[in-house]
Every structure is written in structure tokens, then in C-alpha cells.
Design a protein around this ligand. Structure first.
Ligand code: SER
Length: 323
């Protein structure tokens, strides 16, 4: 059954898309997973390992054409403008994140797509939300344009589930840490940059302060959450596109100390900028009991195992081809 699916990934060249696409190609067959992105200068391994289509998710016509041409049955909608870029260009963030998501939902309805994955984010929470063990159901009230678009996206997905019986799923990703493709313009990007700089220069200047704690997740867990939720039995889900998922939480200071266990000369200093305010409006830790109960979510990586793996992989890359 699985082998009959034809899959479209939007934002395939992004931080998550660039690792999700090869994983899906392995799982479903290379020719059955269509990578798409607004960019065309994408890594050759993505382009060469299966079909690629240039796609701006704001073009509903082009989206429909691609779906029809490849007889798409499942969509992973990974393209979005993240929080920090969003604050620099709120109009673009609103357009790409809300109209892009609406185009995906509408195209799915028109073309009878079986299932769609539409990610949300911890950014749906805001200054009035509880910051410790933030519950699944609580006051949201985000104060970033990114968070506002993600709340709109969650509500729109919920509307399509109840109004059109669309099968749409999604989780509220925390900051995603990975070593293959850099994240593009998020507030949690420091948790990736710190590793690159530790391996490159053994020092890092952080744009949020040392006590900043945010929920994070290592890429293998992010991919696992995405695929497990997509594979879950829809009838067992009470929530749909808004699952809290937790991996780990740490302060920047704790992360730096963990890196120093491997690179004792590593030093860090702090120059907080506009992203501090965004970080301060988000949860520190997340309660993901609904995801655990409804589809068996369980992360594998903690701060120590993630740090060890990140440093090992980046060091390998540095020696092979330079960072
Ligand atoms: N990583 C995202 C950001 O920082 C949060 O979902 O914008």
C-alpha cells in the first residue's frame, strides 16, 4: 500500500525538507517523492536522487499542475518563513505562511489528496502562555507575525478537518538542531550556529542571553515525529495539526558547558539582539502528553547524545570538505 503513494514535499531544500526528502525517498521509492522548492540552486543530491519541481507555494495554479502531473497522494508542506525573518518582513511571512498553507489545503481538497502534513511551531505560544511545561490546551496569544501565522494555520487545518474531512496532521516543532542544512531565519538558530562555530573557531557570540531556555529537538527525532504522526491512525487522533512535541530543553549556558566537555577551549559570549524578546515570549519546556497518548510520541535524543552526535558529524565534515 505504502509503495503506491506519490509524495510532494514543499520547501524540500530547507532545514527539515532536505533531510525529510531523502528519508521519504528511501521509504517510498526515489521516483515517488517529488521535491519542490522556490529555490532552484538546491543540493545536487536532492535533485539527482528523484524528481524536482520549482514551486512557489503562493502559486495555486502551479501547485495544482504539479499535483496533477505526478498524481500526488500525500503532501508534506515544509515551506515557511521563520520567526526572525518574519519580523523583518511581516507581509511576506503572512503571505507565504497563511496563503501558502491555504493553497495546500485547497489543492488537497480539489485533488482528493489522502493526507497532508502541515507543521506548526512553539511560536504559537506568547507572553501570556504558561512558560513551564506549556500545556497542549492553553492561552496562545503569540506576539510575532510567525506565531500569528502558525495559529492561523492550525485553525485553518482544524476547519478543513471538520468542514471537508481533510486528513491533515501537524506538530508544533520546537527549535530543530541539525548538521546538514542550516536553518533559515529562526530565533532558535543559535542552537545550531553554536556547533558550527565551536568546530570552526572554538568560540561563539550568542544573540540571546545565557539564561535563555527554549524547547529543542534533534533532527532524527524531528523526522521520527513527522513520520510517526503521518503514519498514525487518523481515527485515534483527537488533535490534528497542533500537537505539542518535546525533545529537550536547555539554557544556552548549559549547551555551552556540554560542548566544553568535548572541546574544553570553547568560549562563548553574549550580545542579545531583537531575537531575545521573541525567545522570552516562548515556552521554556513543553508538555507533550497528548502526542504521547494519541500516537505514541517519544523522543530519543537528550542534550548529551545530541551534542556528541552534532560535534562528531560536523568534525567529520570539516575534515572531509571544510565547514
Ligand atoms: N525554529 C523556529 C523559529 O525559531 C520556531 O519554530 O522561528
Amino acid at each position: 500500500m505504502k509503495n503506491k503513494e506519490q509524495i510532494l514535499v514543499t520547501g524540500a531544500a530547507g532545514q527539515i525538507g532536505s533531510e525529510l526528502t531523502p528519508l521519504l525517498r528511501k521509504k517510498y521509492g526515489e521516483s515517488r517523492v517529488i521535491a519542490s522548492d522556490i529555490k532552484t540552486d538546491i543540493p545536487s543530491e536532492l535533485k539527482d536522487s528523484g524528481p524536482f519541481e520549482k514551486l512557489d507555494v503562493l502559486s495555486a495554479g502551479r501547485l495544482g499542475e504539479i499535483i496533477a502531473k505526478h498524481k500526488i497522494t500525500l503532501i508534506f508542506h515544509m515551506s515557511a518563513i521563520l520567526s526572525a525573518t518574519g519580523e523583518k518582513n511581516p507581509q511576506l511571512a503572512w503571505k507565504v505562511n497563511t496563503e501558502g498553507t491555504r493553497n495546500i489545503l485547497e489543492a488537497s481538497r480539489e485533488h482528493s489528496i489522502k493526507k497532508i502534513f502541515v507543521p506548526s511551531s512553539i511560536a504559537v505560544f506568547g507572553p501570556s502562555s504558561p512558560r513551564e511545561s506549556t500545556p497542549q490546551e492553553t492561552i496562545l496569544g503569540p506576539n510575532t507575525i510567525y506565531g500569528i501565522t502558525k495559529v492561523a494555520g492550525e485553525l485553518l487545518c482544524g476547519y478543513y478537518v471538520s468542514r471537508f474531512k481533510t486528513d491533515v496532521r501537524g506538530c508544533r516543532y520546537p527549535g530543530i538542531i541539525s548538521h546538514k542544512t542550516l536553518p533559515g531565519g529562526g530565533t532558535t538558530d543559535y542552537a545550531v550556529a553554536i556547533f558550527y562555530e565551536a568546530v570552526r573557531k572554538k568560540k561563539y557570540t550568542c544573540f540571546v542571553n545565557k539564561e535563555t531556555m527554549l524547547p529543542m529537538m534533534y533532527m532524527p527525532d524531528c523526522l521520527k515525529a513527522t513520520c510517526d504522526l503521518m503514519d498514525a491512525d487518523f481515527d485515534n487522533l483527537k488533535h490534528h495539526a497542533d500537537f505539542n512535541v518535546a525533545g529537550m530543553s536547555f539554557t544556552v549556558h548549559e549547551l555551552a558547558r556540554e560542548i566544553q566537555r568535548h572541546i574544553p577551549e570553547f568560549t562563548i559570549d553574549y550580545k542579545p539582539d531583537y531575537r531575545q524578546k521573541i525567545a522570552d515570549s516562548w515556552p521554556r519546556t513543553i508538555d507533550d502528553s497528548a502526542a504521547r497518548k494519541e500516537w505514541g510520541w517519544k523522543p530519543e535524543y537528550d542534550l548529551s547524545s545530541m551534542t556528541e552526535d552534532m560535534l562528531k558529524e560536523l568534525q567529520k565534515r570539516k575534515e572531509k570538505s571544510g565547514l
